[in-house]
Design a protein around this ligand. Structure first.
Ligand SMILES: C[S@@+](CC[C@H](N)C(=O)[O-])C[C@H]1O[C@@H](n2cnc3c(N)ncnc32)[C@H](O)[C@@H]1O
Ligand code: SF4
Length: 398
């Protein structure tokens, strides 16, 4: 056992149960160009091209360095996100998955999601990703409206979005479409047209995000004219109504799925499961018998390449303090429509029920959450009002 592992295995005050499911998140940080609303760790492709082979070497080194933290565990889901992962070649993705499989066992039926942009779509490419081992494609459609796409600074158009979604439906048993709403110039009729088009693909999963103005983006400095809050609220009502009528359940704040098509990877985040983060700026959360650890990798792609290849992929590593755990758990679990089983809180945080019960009961008295007895035990789920005022509810656990 190396020094690092023994440090995290030493005794402590938390008593965690069996280790939670382990997911792997891989970040591929490049895009064709940076979108004006995006604050993700994404960067325009360097003028001398994508350093694909070198980045894959760095990811492998990062994985090797991380192994002592996840000894003996198998992988429940993989998510290759970005940036624009579909800029990588199918051969590159195949190599990445082969490296993962050779060092960490993937559980049978392991979900492997890849994010793809319609603007990088080529005939044949999606099939090659499928053959490389990707089981689920997540397409960043954003909108099917050419004017909205232009206002968002996207490189793709409606025709490419339709072609990409059509092929995803043909090639993958399950796929997701990302759409944003409350877009510059959008009204309810335009939202309806976007939904008509999205629902025409009978998507197994939709992620529907309210466009937000993030600090440090071009949109924050030069804000476009956006629908007002009342219109945005009406838009959300319309989304909820129409997705439900199409057989999609809103199982999380922004996630809608047909039965059997929830995203296993994101569900694991929301249930406060573990994830190993690989790649530039990737965050990880890992549990040990007596502590919960958070890790971050070097954020700038150039720094990440240099450091990971020199054996130092991690830029920050810290234990989540006892006091912070209830809030961190609730920040995730209360996003789920069905809430969480009470025993899960103890299992995942290692804290006694007394760390949250008084606050859950107070929130219940105010009609923000409700307890629910099931055959397995007690569940806590946000009420419709709690779901509408989610950040207020979550802040009660600070
Ligand atoms: C990390 S991005 C990667 C997906 C892919 N690169 C793309 O943009 O097509 C994941 C999703 O986050 C959403 N997103 C990004 N910036 C956002 C913002 N400012 N407000 C709301 N949603 C946003 C978009 O729907 C996007 O598809
Ligand atoms: S393509 Fe996606 S990740 Fe890249 S800049 Fe645009 S929104 Fe961000």
């Amino acid at each position: 056992m190396d020094e690092l592992t023994s440090r995290y295995l030493r005794p402590g005050t938390l008593q965690l149960g069996a280790p939670p499911p382990l997911s792997v998140y891989v970040h591929l940080p490049w895009c064709l160009q940076k979108c004006p609303y995006c604050d993700f760790n994404s960067h325009a492709t360097p003028s001398d091209g994508l350093p694909e082979a070198r980045y894959l070497d760095a990811l492998r080194a990062d994985l090797e360095q991380s192994l002592p933290l996840v000894w003996g565990r198998s992988v429940h889901s993989v998510f290759i996100g970005g940036g624009t992962p579909s800029l990588f070649s199918p051969e590159g993705i195949e190599r990445l998955l082969a490296d993962l499989r050779s060092l960490l066992p993937l559980q049978p039926g392991c979900e492997v999601t890849l994010e793809a942009n319609p603007g990088t779509f080529e005939q044949g490419r999606f099939r090659a990703f499928r053959a490389a081992g990707v089981t689920r494609l997540s397409i960043g459609v954003q909108s099917f409206d050419d004017a909205a796409l232009k206002a968002l600074g996207r490189v793709h158009d409606r025709g490419q979005a339709i072609a990409a979604a059509t092929l995803a439906a043909e090639v993958f048993e399950t796929f997701n479409l990302d759409l944003m709403y409350a877009l510059p110039g959008q009204d309810l009729a335009a939202l309806d047209r976007d939904l008509d088009q999205a629902l025409a693909f009978a998507p197994p999963h939709l992620s529907l995000y309210h466009l937000t103005l993030e600090p440090n983006t071009l949109f924050a400095r030069h804000p476009p004219v956006l629908p007002d809050d009342d219109t945005a609220a009406l838009m959300l009502d319309r989304l909820a109504e129409r997705t439900a009528a199409a057989g999609l359940q809103r199982y999380e704040v922004s996630a809608y799925a047909r039965p059997g098509h929830r995203c296993a990877h994101n569900l694991n985040y929301w249930q406060f499961g573990d994830y190993l983060g690989l790649g530039a700026g990737a965050h990880g959360k890992l549990s040990f018998p007596h502590r919960v650890l958070r890790t971050v990798k070097w954020r700038e792609p150039a720094a990440y390449l240099r450091e990971a290849l020199a054996g130092r992929a991690t830029s920050n590593e810290e234990e989540v303090g006892r006091k912070a755990l209830p809030f961190e758990f609730m920040l995730n679990a209360l996003r789920l429509r069905e809430g969480f089983e009470e025993a899960l809180f103890m299992e995942r945080t290692g804290l006694p029920p007394s760390a949250v019960l008084p606050r859950l009961e107070a929130a219940a008295a105010e009609g923000l959450v409700e307890p629910l007895m099931t055959a397995q035990g007690r569940w806590w789920r946000p009420t419709a009002r709690g779901f509408d005022f989610l950040s207020d509810l979550q802040e009660r656990f600070l």
